[in-house]
Design a protein around this ligand. Structure first.
Ligand SMILES: [Zn+2]
Length: 159
């Protein structure tokens, strides 16, 4: 049994929770899946908006996804597996290999958001690397990053 508290998470916030109670933005461990040899895959929710309130637009989600992809690869190259959109348009799924410490994940997220603020272009926003390369907005991604950074002290307030 994994010690979630040792990793920096509040044990009662790990797993699936009633979406009516969720606060946002938050960073939350949803699952930790151990393999036979001791490796662990961590599933983390980067929730940005409260469920069933305001939804992220396709453009802001898309550009933000590119930045998260770029940033987690840059800062956690040994651990990063993937980032995915929540279909409900309220956040992202982050999958990490053998890195489940809340402090490391939140610090990395913060570093990426700060990078977004000073970026001059959206990463991979070109026809060779993206399937909808015109659907991007650096300004929207920066506004989103600014808002999430502004709420940093509440990232651990899940419910
Ligand atoms: Zn794309």
């Amino acid at each position: 049994m994994l010690d979630f508290v040792q990793l920096g998470w509040e044990a009662e916030t790990v797993g699936e929770l009633d979406h009516r109670k969720l606060k946002a933005p938050h960073v939350k461990l949803r699952a930790a899946t151990p393999g036979a040899t001791g490796d662990i895959v961590y599933s983390v929710d980067l929730r940005i908006n409260e469920p069933n309130s305001v939804f992220l637009s396709s453009t802001e989600m898309h550009s933000f996804e590119h930045f998260l992809l770029w940033g987690f690869q840059k800062y956690l190259p040994q651990n990063f597996i993937s980032i995915g959109l929540m279909g409900c348009q309220t956040g992202f799924y982050l999958i990490l290999f053998n890195e489940g410490r809340a402090g490391v994940i939140r610090d990395t997220y913060e570093a990426i958001l700060k990078d977004v603020l000073v970026a001059s272009e959206v990463p991979y926003a070109n026809i060779a690397q993206c399937g909808n390369y015109k659907n991007h907005s650096l300004e929207m991604a920066q506004a989103l990053a600014r808002r999430i950074l502004g709420a940093k002290t509440n990232w651990n307030k899940i419910v």
